[in-house]
Design a protein around this ligand. Structure first.
Ligand code: P5A
Length: 442
């Protein structure tokens, strides 16, 4: 891809309406464009990052055996009346009427719809557990949409749902998601901590929010420093080891604002380990038993007895993660964004110095581009006539993790190559490729 042909509308200055770094940067480098309050279009750079996040989320769902489906964004009010949430949900729900005057809505979440799908087909406990997920747009008419795509009205969510025969099996499902979330956020290069949380309009009495620390976060959290040292490399999908995993985390006091109790905090957490800070909620899991299955009559036959299935739901804010990664990774001191290579819009920028009537560097760049491509390295060539330092500034802003520079100092087969925040090295293309591939495989 040539930069001159790419749709990356960079702004000269930070937009004044944006209050936090992720919002500023996403507008500045043209990742998103607001279309109306709290509703955004995703432009190529932003869309690429979001799709890469989505793919990692998908792979980690598939890995624990969740089956992907796709439910619509528009739902009928009928099922929400059955569950009793049609009135409860209030003004956050966008209600629509079709031409037959039927009450419809733009789904803020899918507990009802997936329960309806389940109950119409699954009749025996022998088909359990059922774990289903989809990745789909949601709409919540937030009172105060803010911080760009962090708290917006239309957003992209991965939501999964589990159906089990009893509490014990349902907690096994819950714990699978607990593990899967730890792995997902780790692959995104984020340290997301599970914290006991309130269940709000989703319901139930067991719930964890997955939170990454950030001053600009909207969630207040109270935790024990030692929780950050836990390592979640386990891959075993087995009841007792998953139980142990969750217990390891639950050993430490770690809660969101609504669950906070100052006396308990002071009693349980030694002073030197107390952390009282802010964070961004990137995922949220819930166990709510038969809250939906009972009123909606979602039951299976268990040896001649009717049993309402026990359900949980599990969300990840896929679009919010794009902003959350910026909040976590932006380096204020050097004013450099470096995307984790797993989600970077491109792995490497190729930055040739281009002189009038001299296409040598551009031709070299094209060859390097093709070679990178053969090694599955996604690159962008800056074929514009800007000078080298302006180009470098631009890619520092965008945050593509590696830069290969073809300038005055290029000697023979050695090129200036650098990690965006690192020292310039003189390397052969093969060595540059192996550095990038090594980073990709970590
Ligand atoms: C779990 C899946 C649910 O909706 N039902 C299905 C449950 N949970 S949740 O916590 O309300 O949302 C899940 C995640 O979605 C992100 N999110 C948002 N992202 C951007 N803008 C918003 N207005 C917004 N609201 C929720 C969060 O990451 C949240 O953890």
């Amino acid at each position: 891809m040539y930069f001159s042909k790419s749709f990356v509308p960079i702004l000269k200055n930070n937009p004044t309406e944006a209050k936090i770094k992720s919002h500023q940067l996403m507008l500045r480098v043209g990742m998103i464009k607001q279309s109306s309050a709290g509703i955004y279009s995703w432009l190529p750079l932003g869309f690429k990052v979001m799709k890469k996040i989505e793919q990692i989320v998908r792979e980690e769902q598939d890995r624990i055996g969740v089956q992907e489906i796709l439910m619509p964004t528009i739902q009928s009010s009928e099922i929400w009346k059955e569950s009793g949430r049609y009135d409860d949900y209030g003004e956050e729900m966008l209600r629509i009427k079709d031409r037959q005057d039927r009450e419809m809505l733009y789904g803020p979440t899918n507990e009802e719809l997936v329960t309806e799908i389940f109950r119409s087909s699954i009749k025996s406990y022998k088909s359990l557990p059922q774990l289903l997920y989809h990745i789909q747009w949601k709409f919540r008419d937030e009172l105060r949409p803010r911080f760009g795509i962090m708290r917006c009205r239309e957003f992209y969510m991965k939501d999964a749902y589990s159906f089990d025969i009893n509490d014990d099996e349902a907690l096994f499902s819950y714990n699978k998601f607990f593990l899967s979330y730890l792995r997902t956020f780790k692959r995104l290069n984020l340290s997301a901590i599970p914290m006991a949380a309130d269940t709000g309009p989703i319901g139930g009495n067991l719930s964890h929010e997955f939170i990454i620390l950030a001053d600009t976060g909207e969630s207040k959290i109270y935790t024990d420093k030692r929780i950050f040292n836990l390592n979640s490399s386990s891959t075993i999908l087995e009841k007792s080891s998953l139980n142990n995993l969750r217990q390891q985390y639950e050993k430490f006091y770690s809660v969101t604002d609504e669950k906070f109790d100052q006396k308990e905090f002071d009693k349980i957490v030694p002073e030197e380990f107390r952390v009282n800070t802010k964070g961004i909620e990137v995922g949220h899991i819930f166990y709510f038993g038969d809250k939906y299955s009972k009123p909606m009559n979602a039951a299976v036959d268990f040896n001649g007895k009717k049993e309402f299935v026990k359900m949980g739901s599990y969300g990840i804010g896929v679009s919010r993660l794009v902003g959350a990664i910026i909040e976590a990774k932006y380096n204020d001191k050097d004013e450099i964004m470096k995307w984790p290579i797993s989600v970077a819009p491109y792995h490497c920028s190729i930055i040739p110095m281009i002189k009038k009537n001299d296409t040598t560097n551009l031709e070299k760049s094209n060859k390097i581009f093709e070679y990178f491509k053969s090694k599955n390295i996604d690159a962008i060539i800056d074929d514009t006539e800007e000078n080298i330092s302006a180009k470098i500034r631009k890619f520092n802003l965008i945050g593509i993790p590696y830069q290969l520079i073809l300038g005055n100092k290029t000697e023979g087969d050695l090129f200036e190559f650098k990690e965006i925040n690192g020292e310039t090295q003189k390397l052969s293309i093969e060595d540059a490729v192996s550095q990038i591939l090594k980073a990709k495989s970590n």
